[in-house]
Design a protein around this ligand. Structure first.
Ligand code: FE
Length: 201
C-alpha cells in the first residue's frame, strides 16, 4: 500500500469544517457551506489512504477517518463492494455524502399516513465530485447502494455527531423499526498529522 499523495486535503477539510461549525451557522447554511467544502475534497481522488478503500466481500465497510474531539462531527469512508447496499435507515443528525470513486444510488423514503414507508421521489445517482445532504428535518430516511455490480465504489460521509455511536434505526418497508448503533469497521486511523515528510519538501 502506498501512502496518498495529498493527505493534506483531508486535514484541510477537517480544519475548514471545524471552523465552519465554530461559527454556529443555522443547519441549512452548515449543509450548504459544508457541502461545498466536501465537494472540494471529493473532486480529487488522491488523498484517501489505501487502508480505507478496501472492500469486504460480505458487507459494505464504514471506516472512521476522523472524529471531532468534541464529537460535533465525524468523517467516514463508505466502501461498497460490487452490488452491496444498506438497509433502509435513518441518521438522526445532519449528514453530507460526497462521491469519491465509482457511483452510488440514494433512495429517499417518507412515512405515509398509515405508517408505511414509501419511496420519496426517484433515487439520486451520485457521481465523483457530487454531494448529497441529509437533514433530520426533511430527508433523514434512505437506502443506499453501489451503482455497480462489478466494481468497488467509495463515498465520504460527514455527520453531525460521532455517527458510529449514535442510536438510530433500520426499517422494514412496513415502517417497523429496529434500533442499531453502527460502530466502525476499522481499528486504526489515517495518519494525517505526521508532517515530517511534507515539511521537508
Ligand atoms: Fe445513510
Amino acid at each position: 500500500m502506498t501512502p496518498p499523495r495529498h493527505p493534506e486535503r483531508l486535514r484541510a477539510f477537517i480544519a475548514a469544517l471545524a471552523e465552519l461549525i465554530d461559527s454556529h451557522p443555522p443547519e441549512a447554511d452548515l449543509l450548504h457551506r459544508g457541502g461545498k467544502l466536501l465537494g472540494q475534497l471529493v473532486r480529487y481522488d488522491d488523498w484517501l489512504p489505501d487502508e480505507f478503500a478496501i472492500a469486504d466481500p460480505t458487507r459494505y465497510q464504514q471506516f472512521l477517518l476522523h472524529a471531532d474531539s468534541r464529537q460535533r462531527f465525524s468523517i467516514v469512508s463508505f466502501v461498497w463492494g460490487p452490488g452491496q447496499s444498506t438497509p433502509i435507515h435513518d441518521h438522526r443528525v445532519w449528514g453530507l455524502i460526497g462521491m469519491l470513486r465509482g457511483a452510488e444510488y440514494s433512495q429517499g423514503y417518507a412515512r405515509s399516513a398509515d405508517g408505511h414507508l414509501q419511496r420519496e421521489g426517484a433515487a439520486i445517482r451520485l457521481e465523483p465530485g457530487d454531494v448529497e445532504t441529509l437533514s433530520p428535518r426533511s430527508n433523514d430516511i434512505h437506502q443506499v447502494n453501489n451503482a455497480f455490480d462489478d466494481k468497488v465504489s467509495i463515498s465520504i460521509h460527514v455527520y453531525g455527531a460521532n455517527i458510529g455511536a449514535v442510536k438510530r434505526a433500520v426499517y422494514q418497508p412496513d415502517g417497523s423499526e429496529k434500533l442499531f448503533i453502527s460502530g466502525y469497521s476499522n481499528a486504526y486511523l489515517p495518519n494525517i498529522w505526521d508532517l515530517s515528510k511534507e515539511n521537508q519538501a
